[in-house]
Design a protein. Sequence first.
Length: 307
Amino acid sequence: MADLQNVLDEIVQEAAECADRGVVASYIPELAKVDPDQFGIAVALPDGQVVSAGDAGTGFSIQSVSKVFTLTLALGKLGDGLWARVGREPSGNPFNSIVQLEQEKGRPRNPFINAGAIAVADLVLAGHQPREAIGEILRFMRQLADDDSIVIDESVAHSEMAHGDRNASLAHFMKSFGSIDNPVDHVLGVYFHQCAIAMTCRQLARAGLFLAGDGRDPATGAQVVSSARARRINAVMLMCGHYDGSGEFAHRVGLPGKSGVGGGILAIAPGKASIAAWSPGLDPVGNSKLGSAALEQLARRMGWSVF
Ligand code: DON
């Protein structure tokens, strides 16, 4: 096996030399302030060791990467009944698209597009107060990352709330079909706060380790989900984790992955590693440009593609 630390150092070097770094998300004003020259990568291994390079200790807004963890929580509450509310097919549309919602009677295509994640937030909320659901999500992230210092960036949450008309539209539209049980403002409060969780690559890679370990956190021995459920979450990540760029990511990287507009990507090499890459500049679909390129290199050099 190639020496992992050397491979990561080379990837950081290549990223530093890259002039075309994509475009930082600007529709959430707080994210537009982030320095696009940053790049970090971290790999959590089955023994819990985390190997990293570049800005892997710098916190960033995990945004849609949070949807993997709220899906995990909601599956824990509802079991496979969740799939009656949210599909598991790729949408082939942008992450914030509304078109299929009308055609498919308010049932979002998958839990990773915004509509699907808002429907999942409704299931996590389940009649509780938003602050209780937000606390539950944050505790889950801290437990998985084995790090109590993880926090929510309130300025990002408020920035999203102040510019969240599209998400509010999606939520109200679903509510009109009866697909949302709780008050829309409560559901959006949970959704915006989960997206505003700030984590480093090292923390995020560690938090995803259970998905690389058949549902079991190999470092602590905790069974987070069953092995069947871990396989299925990975399958949805592979098919839907990069929106209408999911085919491209599977083609280039060959790993289940989930991106966020903060520029983070969590990728899972089952049985081998949980990987977090971060660079704020995005491609036109909204996925980290250098993050995707880094994962392509890493999977190729380590022989980690699932195919
Ligand atoms: O709701 C939004 O638009 C953002 N909070 C999250 C979108 C996102 O991360 C899409 N990922 N690439």
